[in-house]
Design a protein around this ligand. Structure first.
Ligand code: ATP
Ligand code: ZN
Length: 303
């Protein structure tokens, strides 16, 4: 069923996320970390925003770009692969771009790759001339082939692309790869990368002109805050002034070492570290004069 066109002004923001699959859980966790909470409908397709007027629509990932294009949803969490494919399809049909990626979200990483039977010796794209390539991403593949100046046949399949060469329906495939395990299990090897993908927060190309503007801005700011803090740790300790040079050398990859007021002769110090702080790093800092070392997760911050 095609959803009705939703053009009336709205004062609630509606975000489409995958109902189940690779992006479902990380999308919900990200939005929850942004301070959103919901009441789920009985059919589990709609979540009513309780903490803020931001509702969720739980759908198939393939439907998300179309829902944004039709104005049924305002934002969506979807793989860049899906967004680019549907944008490519629209372009091929002479339609204007309807959505854009607002933020990369740092999960759902994968690559859209050409993969050939293991026994092939890969000499480069020119080898593809006249061959049949199975894919669920015909627009991205066709665009890439065109740019390479290669005339190959694109065989569109909606699933189980990796078995096409064995079935004889294609010579090679163009599919999403993360660990490469599925390819190896099907005696295929990746040879060309067409697209680096991750989950993105997508929105309409045109933006909003009602109360949703403010809500979308607030959400984006919170998303930025969550993404920035994801791997950050606050390191706190005290030290004598004469240990400072050695400690600063050990912490040269961290942010600036900030001196907190107070303490009788002993300095109270803190710094922001990207990524985990290991036991070994802490022991080295202790040998260099740091005392009372503490590593704290940073929960929230407004830049
Ligand atoms: P739906 O029922 O929502 O249509 P799906 O089977 O199309 O589900 P998933 O397999 O959950 O979707 O993949 C969703 C997205 O996860 C992909 O579009 C892609 O952006 C990302 N992804 C990350 N790694 C992989 C991978 N190895 N294979 C496929 N998708 C991946
Ligand atoms: Zn899908």
């Amino acid at each position: 069923m095609t959803p009705p066109l939703a053009t009336a002004p709205r004062d609630r923001l509606r975000i489409a996320i995958q109902k189940s699959g690779r992006l479902a859980e990380p999308a919900r966790s990200l939005l929850a970390a942004c301070g959103l909470s919901w009441r789920e409908s009985r059919d589990k397709l709609f979540c009513y925003g309780e903490s803020l007027p931001v509702d969720l629509l739980l759908v198939r990932d393939d439907d998300i770009p179309g829902l944004i294009a039709d104005g049924v949803c305002d934002l969506g969490v979807v793989g860049r692969n899906e967004l680019e494919e549907q944008a490519g399809e629209r372009a091929r049909n002479g339609l204007a771009p309807a959505y854009r990626a607002l933020r990369g979200l740092g999960f759902g990483q994968c690559r859209l790759m050409l993969a050939v039977p293991e026994e092939w010796e890969w000499t480069g794209p020119a080898q593809l001339q006249g061959l049949r390539i199975a894919t669920s991403y015909p627009a991205i593949l066709a665009g890439w082939l065109e740019r390479q100046g290669i005339d190959a046949q694109v065989v569109e399949l909606s699933g189980s692309v990796e078995i096409a060469p064995r079935l004889g329906t294609a010579d090679l495939i163009c599919d999403l790869v993360s660990s490469g395990g599925t390819l190896a299990a099907n005696h295929l090897k990746p040879v060309e990368n067409l697209l680096d993908s991750e989950a993105v927060l997508a929105g309409p190309a045109s933006g909003f002109d009602d109360a949703r503007v403010g809500l979308a801005q607030m959400l984006l700011r919170r998303v930025d805050g969550v993404l920035q803090l994801k791997d950050r740790k606050l390191l706190m300790f005290s030290a004598e002034r004469d240990s400072l040079p050695a400690l600063e050398r050990l912490l040269q990859d961290a942010g600036p070492l900030v001196q907190l007021p107070g303490g009788n002769g002993v300095l109270s110090l803190q710094t922001m570290c990207e990524g985990a702080v290991s036991w070994q790093q802490m022991e080295e800092l202790e040998r260099a004069g740091a005392r009372g070392l503490m590593v704290l997760a940073v929960e929230r911050s407004l830049a």
